[in-house]
Design a binder for this molecule. Structure first.
Ligand code: ADP
Length: 397
């Protein structure tokens, strides 16, 4: 089957056309600046990347341009649109309604709308993408794959906050967790790669990108994760604060003269390693080169990041009552050997040893721990689009 995978944000849209039999990407790209002006990036497998500026007043025009690029007589990956067998949509928040992927129907769309209050920036954008595809490709089966679904197996003791109970029962305030598609994919790949029986395994996945979260996976199921009701909690991230004392919100509000939205903006966009490095950068490459040149704030930002990752991994070793494998993934997890070494340095007491040479390898599944290490530590590149493709095929076949 040929599956079009769509990841629709508020002003951007990423897409991949995947052949589900070979699991090869046939074409991929990005629409940016939707509603502003519009830029389409398109690349057929083995072809050159093409960038064109085209008007995209709404997501509908953006998807129309993607479909035209895919069927272009010279550079297209398809003869015509009938070549698309199914569409898989990433959806950020499925609340408690979705514990797995779901076929797109009118009822399903209604339920996703009901989850929008939990992700007011993301779910409406995801739904715009779904509606635009329905209009442009009527009759093509579509599936929604949720960032939260994998974490619906968490026990109550992990997802309830210490708040008045009816905040949970009436408003749904609880930990949901995100990056579920990635945590699910990477935990399965880790088990396969190491020859573990997924159904009898304890795996910790560290998805470290601009947004970052850690997941404790027991017997193939998420039992805890570091993001919460929203993606703001847990680790210190690129620009997000992660966990802080909640009273700080009131303190900043008073001292800086900001309302709650203003404080949330600081916590989401001006904090994390970006804030800690005094606004230098949220990119670890910049921070590491600045730290190498003696920039103390950048060095401290890196220290705080690694410390927090190690703290949560330690917490999840307790949650899982041991661990068979730790997997690093996403932009930082896959590329930054220094971060991996700094994090794993906290676990010498457990007999975990990293092989410095293997820790330099990139771009493929690799075990970076020594043969003597008591726990296997790996780098497992994530592939959320492929996971969305697999989920889509499983439901529409
Ligand atoms: P997201 O999908 O959350 O936007 P990614 O998983 O793409 O993020 O990760 C992006 C981040 O990965 C960058 O901000 C940067 O900090 C880090 N990164 C990417 N490449 C490298 C590299 N070669 N070395 C160190 N860090 C890297």
């Amino acid at each position: 089957m040929k599956v079009l995978v769509i990841n629709c944000g508020s002003s951007s849209l990423k897409y991949q056309l995947i052949d589900s039999d070979s699991e090869q990407v046939l074409a991929k790209g990005l629409c940016e600046r939707i509603g502003i002006d519009g830029r389409l990036t398109y690349q057929k497998a083995g072809g050159e990347k093409e960038v064109t500026d085209e008007a995209m007043p709404t997501h509908k025009e953006a998807i129309q341009l993607v479909l035209s690029a895919l069927t272009n007589s010279k550079t297209g990956a398809l003869e015509d649109l009938s070549g698309i067998d199914a569409v898989g949509h990433r959806i950020v928040h499925g609340g408690e309604k979705f514990s797995s992927s779901a076929i797109v129907t009118d009822d399903m769309i209604k339920e996703v709308e009901e989850c929008s209050s939990l992700a007011p920036l993301h779910n409406p954008a995801n739904l715009i993408g779904i509606r635009a595809c329905q209009e442009l490709m009527p009759g093509v089966p579509m599936v929604g794959v949720f960032d939260t679904a994998f974490h619906q197996t968490m026990p109550k003791k992990a997802y309830l906050y210490g708040l008045p109970r009816d905040y949970y029962t009436k408003q749904g305030i609880r930990k949901y967790g995100f990056h579920g598609t990635s945590h699910s994919f990477v935990s399965k790949e880790t088990a396969k790669f190491l020859g573990l029986d997924l159904n009898h395994s304890k795996i910790i996945v560290a998805h470290l990108g601009n947004g970052a979260s850690i997941c404790a996976v027991k017997d193939g199921k998420s039992v805890d994760t570091s993001m919460g009701m929203t993606p703001l909690s847990g680790l210190v991230m690129g620009t997000r604060s992660g966990d802080i004392d909640p009273s700080i919100v009131q303190f900043i509000s008073r001292n800086e003269g900001l309302d709650v939205d203003g404080v949330m903006d600081v916590l989401n966009k001006k904090s994390g390693v970006f804030g800690l490095s005094d606004g230098l950068s949220s990119d670890f490459r910049d921070l590491e080169s600045a730290a190498g040149e003696g920039n103390e704030a950048a060095a401290e930002a890196l220290d705080v990041f690694a410390y927090r990752v190690a703290s949560i991994i330690g917490e999840y070793i307790a949650v899982l009552d041991g661990v068979d494998a730790i997997a690093f993934t996403a932009g930082i997890g896959e590329n930054d050997g220094l971060v991996r070494a700094n994090v794993m340095n906290y676990f010498h007491y457990m007999g975990i040893e990293i092989d410095p040479e293997k820790n330099q390898l990139r771009g493929e599944n690799v075990k970076i721990s020594t043969d003597d290490s008591k726990v296997a530590v790996c780098v497992i590149p994530t592939n959320e689009e492929l996971m969305i493709c697999r989920e889509t095929v499983a439901l529409v076949k």
